[in-house]
Design a protein. Sequence first.
Length: 156
Amino acid sequence: MGEEKQIPNLYEWAGGEATFQNLTATFYGKVLDDPLLRPLFIGMAQEHPKRVAWCLSEVFGGPKNYTEQRGGHRHLLEEHLHRHLSEQQRARWVSLLMETADEIGMPADPEFRAAFVSYIEWGSRIALSVSQPGVEIGEDLDPMPSWDWIVKPSVE
Ligand code: HEM
């Protein structure tokens, strides 16, 4: 009847929770071997990779575990306050994450990667900016960001 096939959301396209958990578990292993990033993460909570996976899952259309269990966008921003991240550290964080996405075989199609890298660029620049000296978080806070396809893939 000419019905259009539904396009999965980005979370589903990526492979769901297991993919994001694999991504962050692998990524934070690499981070600890990186001279620029190691000092920032050496004391991270054991649960940090799991929580970042919740956060990414939620942004890309998965369950709202980060909001329900960690306090959502406010908590995400608070975690970066006063960390005085550098642009060099941010850029390394992004490039290592992308390297890890390839390594664990995340979808490499142009449509998925365009949307994925777009949030990672945006989110990492927000983290960098709130981490600068003197920044405080106001009362008015948006809910967790929610990312969608930029260019839609074709599904047969
Ligand atoms: C899209 C970009 C990013 C996302 C989604 C993200 C996500 C998170 C989350 C969810 C937490 C807190 C986990 C919790 O609730 O306990 C966190 C903490 C943290 N983030 Fe980020 N982050 C991003 C970018 C960055 C960047 C670029 C850096 C540094 C280069 C960074 C450094 C840190 C550090 C040092 C912590 C505290 C870790 C600990 O000691 O437990 N983040 N991040």
